[in-house]
Design a protein around this ligand. Structure first.
Ligand code: FAD
Length: 469
């Protein structure tokens, strides 16, 4: 009988355990993608990027003579329906770990098994299953360093190649057309600017990893924090949609390490930060929505999107150049440098005293590498309320950060048009991308900071000192 291969955020053909198992089971394989509530809940940029990824994945499947069946509706209804239509005897998929997906998958699995259909989930989105890493006391890890020590020498299976052939059914079930779903509809700048910064698909992912391993990883340790250099792997958008497996990245890192490339160890430890984020989300799913440390629930953060300071931050005109440059980079490219993410998050949660959830939601909407676990952990880390967080009183000074990590101002000039006689295209792209209602003008005078570095720091520390915990 056929196997339904339920595709989710795993848009690749190689190193795909569920696909390999489906092929090994014998019989036709029917790949299917379901547009359910977890897809509809995505922010504008991640949803647009998903459409790009699906397009590339469909092309890759078609090259193998296969297809991707598209259906919309609750997976709990759509999957059993497809089982009936196709006479499938098994449904295989790769595991997801966010609470909404876990709840859905648990239901689907038990329904299928009750109907005597072989329902199997496989690992592959992560290197280490979140429940498989435990302290000596059998608890989960709340701190990264001991987590890293626990996983760094673990065996990770080498990535496997894509199956040479994917057996196809005699008749394909009906499929919706991707274009009819309009997954990019909420994204006002997909075709105009974002598409110029995105190369979707598994082949592009592997090519980029190859380039980084050849030219970038050796100096990764020194360059990764520099805002004005392309010193990092840029694997995040591919990992987010599973266009590359973490095991492929891990093994590439191990090879580089064996070749004596200095930054390789650091790269591996960064991949483990991603694992740690999933470990935390799995064991404490409230990290997605609530202050991880309960005592922080009393902290006087402002949480109203209509506030002037929130609007200025979202629209990247706080007057703090490095903050605005970073927010504009994200708006135009869907990506923001890691150091810049920390700087803008710190400015929002400390200088402006705005709740991290507001910033998290803006990132949810703007990032093409959006990842629920990494985004939530990142915000709570900066805000000071997360498990292994930077202490709240360690307030990033955006000016000092800029001097240190963008010493000549190249990053700021790339993204801030105001004040430049001949601004670069990147900086102008921002003005072309924003809605007209924001009324931005590249020829306007660059604003003074909404809150200065010193003022903001003092206010944040005063609030911290008055806290009741
Ligand atoms: P590299 O430096 O080349 O690192 C390699 C890989 O390691 C990354 O692709 C990523 O998978 C992982 N990684 C590196 N740093 C981290 C980290 N701090 N946490 C978790 N994984 C990490 N990352 C996302 O993928 N999606 C998000 O939505 C996201 N939101 C963030 C929000 C905030 C406030 C902060 C501070 C960080 C966030 N990060 C997020 C983590 C980090 O900024 C990005 O993973 C990184 O910038 C991606 O660029 P890269 O692939 O070139 O990274």
């Amino acid at each position: 009988s056929p196997t339904l291969l339920w595709i989710r955020r795993d848009l690749r053909l190689s190193d795909h355990a569920a696909l390999s198992a489906a092929v090994a089971r014998g019989g036709p394989v029917i790949p299917v993608f379901v547009r359910d509530h977890t897809v509809d809940a995505l922010g504008a940029a991640p949803k647009w990027r998903l459409e790009q990824g699906l397009e590339a994945f469909i092309a890759a499947l078609e090259e193998k003579g296969s297809r991707l069946i598209l259906r919309a509706g609750p997976a709990r209804e759509v999957i059993p329906e497809l089982v009936r239509e196709t006479g499938a005897g098994a449904v295989y998929w790769q595991r997801a770990y966010d609470p909404a997906s876990v709840a859905r998958d648990t239901d689907v699995k038990s329904d299928l098994r009750a109907a005597e259909i072989a329902a199997e989930s496989f690992s592959g989105h992560l290197l280490f299953e979140p429940w498989s890493v435990e302290t000596k006391q059998g608890a989960y890890y709340k701190v990264y360093s001991p987590y890293w020590r626990a996983v760094k020498d673990r065996e990770v299976a080498a990535p496997v190649a894509a199956p040479a052939k994917i057996p196809v059914p005699r008749d394909w079930p009906e499929s919706a057309a991707l274009a009819d779903w309009h997954l990019g509809a909420a994204m006002n700048r997909g075709a105009t600017v974002l598409s110029g910064h995105v190369l979707p698909g598994e082949a592009a992912a592997q090519a980029r990893l190859g380039t980084f391993m050849r030219d970038g990883v050796a100096e990764y340790g020194e360059r990764r924090d520099r805002l004005d250099q392309q010193g990092t792997s840029r694997m995040s958008e591919y990992l987010s949609l599973g266009e590359i497996s973490p095991a492929r990245c891990w093994h590439a890192g191990l090879r580089a390490q064996a070749e004596g490339k200095a930054g390789a160890g650091k790269f591996l430890s960064e991949l483990a930060w991603r694992e740690f984020a999933y470990h935390l989300m799995w064991h404490t799913p409230h990290i997605l929505e609530e202050n991880w440390r309960e005592e922080w629930r009393a902290f006087p953060w402002k949480e109203d999107r209509r506030l002037r300071e929130v609007r200025l931050w979202e629209q990247a005109r706080t007057g703090m150049a490095v903050v605005d440059a970073a927010l504009r980079e994200m708006y135009v490219t869907g990506y923001m440098h890691n150091r810049a993410r920390m700087i803008v998050a710190s400015y929002l949660t400390k200088h402006l005293m705005v709740h991290w959830r507001i910033g998290q939601a803006w990132f949810d909407d703007c990032l093409i590498d959006w990842d629920p676990a990494a985004n939530a952990m990142g915000w709570q880390w900066v805000a000071g309320c997360g498990p292994d967080a930077a202490p709240y009183f360690r307030v990033f000074n955006p000016e000092t950060q800029a001097e240190k990590f963008d010493p000549e101002g190249a990053y700021r000039r790339t993204w801030i048009a105001e004040g430049q006689a001949q601004p670069p295209q990147s900086a102008l792209d921002y003005f072309a991308a924003v809605p007209r209602s924001w009324q931005l003008d590249p020829a306007a005078e660059y604003p003074a900071p909404v809150v200065s570095a010193q003022e903001g720091r003092a206010a944040a520390l005063a609030a911290y000192e008055q806290r009741e915990f």
